[in-house]
Design a protein around this ligand. Sequence first.
Ligand code: 3HC
Length: 721
Amino acid sequence: MTNELKGKVNYSVNGNIAILEVDNPPVNPLSSGVRAGLSEYIAKANNDESIEGIILTGAGRSFIAGADISEFGQKPDGPDLHTALKEIEFSKKPVLAAINGTALGGGLETALVCNYRMGTNKAIVGLPEVNLGLLPGAGGTQRLPRLIGPSQALKMMIAGTPMSAKKALQQGVIDAISENSLIDDAIAFLHEKIGLNLIEHPKVRDKNEKVLEARGDDNVLSEAKALAAKTRRGQFAPGQIIACVEAAINEDDFDVGMKKESEYFLECLVNPQREAMIHIFFGERAASKISDIPKETPLLPINSAGIVGSGTMGGGIAMNFANAGIPVLVLDQDEKNLERGMGVIEKNYQMMVDRGRMTQEQKDMVLGLITPTLSYEDLSDVDIAVEAVYENLELKQEIFKSLDAVTKDHAILASNTSGLDIDAIASSTKRPGKVVGTHFFSPANVMRLLEVVRGKDSSDETMATVMSIGKRMGKAAVVSLNAPGFIGNRMLAGYTYQANMLLLEGALPNQVDSALESFGMSMGPFRMMDLVGLDLGWRARKLANIETPLANKISDALCEQDRFGQKTSKGFYNYSEGSRAPNPAPENEAIYKEISSQNNIERREISDQEIIDRCILALVNEGARILEEGVAQRSGDMDIVYINGYGFPIWRGGPMFYANQLGLSEVINKMSAFSKLDENFWKPAPLLQKLADNSGAFGEAPAPEERAQLLSFNKANMGGV
Ligand code: 3HC
């Protein structure tokens, strides 16, 4: 093997069986050296007369994690994947895929060119290419429908969600599960097949029965189209996947289907959505790393957790721990609240059982890990305690004082605050190094985003441990410095400000929401405000005796008429009883007009493009400030925040990636056109201006020395958001 190629395949022989082991740590993607190794060793095994069968397996925890994603958009070295797979498929000796771990994308496609497939009971198989803006381009769209039927295959490829070995066996993706030693069982299986003296061992490409059954059945494709429209709005790849399966159903010649798959794959490859989604794949992995904390930092063992507060957030956070297999105590000082909170947790799990997302057995298992308690003393042994009460600094400080007194010295104390000063909370303890912010998003058991807030004293071990717990929970964890609004809510402020100003200037809520939803946002800002409740800000302003700012005048006026949003069935929209579907509220238009005129704002026609530009570029400009201050480590972190916490379309790669794609000088041009509306708001962040002047793009946060020159961060503003 030449040295420049990445990854390798190990070759060994056990009796009359050759064993090819893909070795490309940590997850064995099909990089150049792996493709070359497969070709070389399939030929070697075929040329060796003493060999009668071949086993293909993976080293370490993965079988093959798919094509090497870092190669997309680059010119790949070594042989191409199709050639290597063809050599496996047309091997003279039977080939068995011994699936020792994850077989994803090109990994499963490799297994599908083998004659037989056996997995361990921990094996996971799937075709997740759609999550990267791609389709399974190594025969998956042609072979999987032949194996499990077009309908199931389409569901699997559009969802992109992997399945367990047990399910894969039920569906016929694999032929057997090994309960003992995988390689021993695989050898025995192959010996049995060799003993049959078959003229030819089965090939998936020849199994035409299931695709022929679907020929002429329009439902198969129309159901898939409906699924794609519902779950993958705006995405390019799902339609291409459906077109490939259509070819699998209708083309008599397997190779014609394969040719179409290659054409459609190429179209995905050059589509900008592919680049955006791969940016998010690597961005999420980059976000989990903290630039100045060494990789080898020891993690503190987390075997038990405690949550303070049994409300919606506390309950959701407890579910996250339980789902990750960590026993968790839920503390509330009010017995009734605690009972109610546990009831909500039980109901949430039951809903998952009812929807087929978990079995009754799994529910009993996770629920059994959650224990209610009324006493702080019970938290004395936990490794981490997460406080999840309402936003009040004094209350949180009191709780941290109690936690500090009761828990062991090694325990991490985390606050689920959405905007309070972590350092101020840490100062109420004797262990500020163990204090950190964990900002979960509601509902915490569903939303993937977790902002991990780094206090000035949070230790390396604390940060590394909390990031690793985030990963165990399946969260997209992003580090934020302890600065007002952290990352997400700080960016959101400018976005909603612009939406509110557009309303004052002449747009209607429905127009603003529709424009942003067609841009790809999962929910427009006015629908979002109605969902959250317009009364929260209104009440807070009343309580603090603050005059209503211009941008909030309309929402406060709606509150004066008891239009609080969904909770009162009327806000910016009207809602019918029990429904969340918004209906226009023409009766509000008089209020909009009146408030515009009271404030000397002449209402005008506003284009959808202006709505999109003003709202999205508001995110970008604030994102640039967050980056120049080093509050976020890199621009990709903000993309992860917006996609996982705020409904930004993944296929646009997040707001900062979107700005890079647009070109930062174009961003500046658009912003300067808006500056006549509001000069102060549209002043470009110094970093944005600097990058635009140098034809640069957002990336890593500037080095600390450079930050000092750009910085505008004001700790005195720290407060609830
Ligand atoms: N190519 C290149 N690098 C990959 C990779 C791949 N397919 N899969 C994972 N990696 C890298 C990650 O970037 C990460 O690198 P880092 O350590 O430098 O950050 C490292 O491998 C470990 O990955 P994870 O942190 O994600 O490890 P986990 O153990 O948490 O998860 C996994 C393992 C489930 C395999 C997960 O990595 C994963 O989902 N990988 C992607 C699978 C996928 O989408 N495959 C399809 C690829 S496209 C394709 O096959 C096209 C074909 O149809 C032609």
